[in-house]
Design a protein around this ligand. Sequence first.
Ligand code: SF4
Length: 319
Amino acid sequence: MQVKRVDFLLTFKCPSKCKHCSYKGGPERSGYMKLVDAERYLQVLTDAHPLQSITVHGGEPFVYFENLKQIMKRAKELEVPRRWVITNGYWAKTKEVAKEKLIELKEAGLMCITFSVDSFHQEYIPLENVKNGIEVATTVGFERVVVDSLFLGSLNSDNFYNNLTRRVLENLGELGEVEINRGQVDFEGRAAEFLASYVESKAEIPRGRCQLPFWIGGDLKNPEGIEIDFEGNVTLCPGICIGNTKTQSLTQILEGYDCLEHPILSILSEEGPIGLFKVAIEKGFNQNAKFIDECHLCYEVRKFARRYYPQHLAPENCY
Ligand code: SF4
């Protein structure tokens, strides 16, 4: 596999506990990616791969600000062309604090920043903090400042969370140069538990193929990106693990990658999520269950199957 994009999941700790979080981040989580591990991954990916970008997120990466800063510094030294962070902005309690942190990060090497702003995050994070962060981010010289907002179902569908997100975006006010990305919640992790009932399920079992998340890109045979979490899991989609750097080197994992050798990805590649569903039914999965889309089906079946494939369906907190 040749990696063009890498996401570091610096931690799953987060002051927020959003209902849509695929990784079930929260204040009770602990652990973070050690700098020595991050540096080793970056070295491998810049030595032997056409790495174009690194994005650090979590959890909330600003909880481990020093590590975030050092990772950006190392990525800059290794000339990773694009260096990005995704945050909920909780830390921008005043404009002065925001300025101090963002200038430090900019000097370390950060180029682009995304703020998550929607009804899910604003249940926990004061909008004033995020406004401070966004406003200051537009003044310190980042290449891109982006607001990501997630919706349940289609972007114009009318439900409690979407209506709240629209109001939150209105309350952000005039944002000038800031890009606003409106996306859809994936029904995995907490979203499958708490939010699936807000969206209508399909009458039939979804039969489409697997399209890897846009931030991974490529396809199952030739994925273009990976995520690495602080526990060493290398994943292609939240909860689908192709190896762990605590037991194998990243080089071995990437050189040895073959989706047809992976018990879950091989089925996804040949038949799509419905293939997983058929196998799961034989093991006792509820054949009358309903799903919103292919990824929701995939997630629910994986959650059921995790007892059989704990190393391949990791990290555990996705389930
Ligand atoms: S949830 Fe399953 S079907 Fe959807 S992108 Fe991920 S691996 Fe593919």
